[in-house]
Design a protein around this ligand. Structure first.
Ligand code: ADP
Length: 434
């Protein structure tokens, strides 16, 4: 009997010990799984729910983990999506954006800022003053971090970026401090306004130029009229001469206003040109004949090399536009070629274009002036151009007309030897209009 009881207690003891050992084992397994899942979460990796029946504090921890982990993971996915969206927005921005911390160190630069200031990943964590060596940018950084309203202004920056954007740039700069006092950092946004400022300057120059161009002949007209009224009206030697001067100046004003209106209409797209198939030969010959008397009056010879330009050659261009182009180029060739020299008009054909050239043997254009001669009112020699009745608008009109036709305009010149203007007009392929 005692022996039986002893065996029973022994068996119960073994069972209890096994139970205790396996309970401890399950707890341990659950804890291990918990630790590795928390680690995974910490590394921002996705986890699976922990399958365990353990009870007690470890069981509670497992239940809590299984509840909280999916919520955290959802937040992580959302955060990552937001980060990618922000990244896409920032890198797609035309403005350069940099973020800095309170110690003036770079935290972030978007693609445009990286191009503008030649920054790469190694720049992150370095002082902005080392990366962007520009005192105006430094002042802006200080103002952004220290004044509550941040910074707003413009900085001039000698571009460090690769060509073609390697010249001086004007950047509008907007610096905003991050919330907090003192500000824990700031965001600086750079907007390239170089082109805008250039256009504004051109507009201001244009208004000043127009006023000046109008004022000069008007002042002459006023002076001659006053003189006539004061004492010259009855003096036959003076009055006819003065009236002729007044007529000349009035004509100059007329030409100027016509050119200005023409340019304004072309630029605004109001001149309704109809670029359709045009027999070029007739127009070219007519314009040469129109210019011939002025050329002959200067003893200039015209050399006409238009053999290839027969009646079958058609271009896609408005007749009036071609007329204005040729008149301006021929007029300049005659004006800027000294007496007894020559002007040539040539034509070459390619499969899809007609290349017309007006070449003179005149004074030529200095190389530095060449890129600017198509600007409104730009003249190499103002006095000479005015004395010859030039308005300074002819080539600008030519440029816009050639653009409107969809052609190309070239110039080649050598001082003292002459100038050649070339216009390439789109050609109608043979047989395509029949
Ligand atoms: P302008 O009325 O003064 O001739 P344009 O716009 O036609 O104005 O030409 C601009 C400037 O370009 C001229 O003032 C002149 O200095 C220069 N230019 C134009 N064509 C010629 C040419 N064939 N030879 C030399 N200089 C020229």
């Amino acid at each position: 009997m005692w022996r039986l009881l002893l065996d029973l207690f022994g068996a119960l003891g073994v069972i209890a010990t096994i139970g205790a050992i396996s309970w401890a084992c399950f707890q341990r397994i659950a804890l291990k799984e918990l630790i590795s899942s928390v680690r995974a979460l910490g590394d921002q990796r996705l986890t699976r729910p922990i399958q365990s029946n353990v009870t007690g504090p470890v069981g509670e921890l497992v239940t809590l983990f299984n509840k909280v982990a999916p919520q955290l993971e959802q937040k992580m996915v959302q955060l990552e999506r937001d980060r990618q969206q922000l990244q896409a927005v920032l890198s797609g921005m035309a403005e350069g954006v940099i973020a800095i911390d309170a110690r003036r160190r770079l935290l972030f630069a978007n693609a445009e800022a990286s191009t503008l200031f030649r920054l790469d990943e190694t720049g992150v964590g370095r002082l902005v003053a080392e990366l962007i060596r520009n005192p105006q940018v430094q002042d802006a950084v200080e103002a952004t971090l220290t004044s509550p309203g941040g910074y707003q202004g413009e900085v001039t920056f000698i571009g460090r970026e690769s060509p073609p954007r390697s010249s001086t740039r004007v950047l509008a700069l907007h610096g905003t401090p991050l919330p907090g006092s003192p500000a824990p950092g700031g965001v600086l946004v750079f907007h390239d306004v170089t082109e805008l400022r250039h256009l504004e300057r051109m507009r201001q120059d244009f208004v000043a130029n127009v006023s000046h161009e109008l004022k000069t002949p008007l002042a002459s007209i006023k002076a001659y009229t006053e003189t006539l009224l004061d004492w010259g009206l009855d003096d036959p030697a003076v009055n006819v001469r003065f009236l002729k001067r007044i007529e000349e100046q009035a004509e100059r004003l007329n030409l100027l206003i016509m050119d200005l209106l023409s340019l304004a209409r072309i630029e605004a797209g109001q001149d309704t040109f109809r670029h359709e198939p045009l027999q070029l030969a007739g127009v070219v010959h007519a314009r040469i004949e129109d210019a011939r008397p002025r050329a002959e009056a200067k003893g200039l010879t015209f050399s006409i090399e238009l053999d290839e330009l027969d009646d079958t050659v058609l271009v896609i261009a408005d007749e009036e536009a071609v007329r204005q182009i040729l008149d301006n180029l021929l007029d300049n060739a005659v004006k800027y070629t000294p007496e007894n020299k020559s002007v040539a008009v040539r034509c070459r054909l390619t499969a899809d274009a007609v290349l017309l050239e007006v070449a003179d043997t005149g004074i030529g254009i200095p190389r530095d002036d060449l890129p600017r001669i198509f600007e409104r009112f730009y003249r190499v020699d103002k006095a000479r151009s005015r004395a010859m009745g030039g308005t300074g608008l002819g080539l600008s009109i030519v440029k816009h007309l050639v653009q409107s036709i969809g052609g190309k305009l070239t110039v080649d010149s050598r001082v003292g030897s002459g100038t050649t203007f070339g216009i390439e007009l789109p050609r109608v392929a043979r047989g395509s209009t029949s």
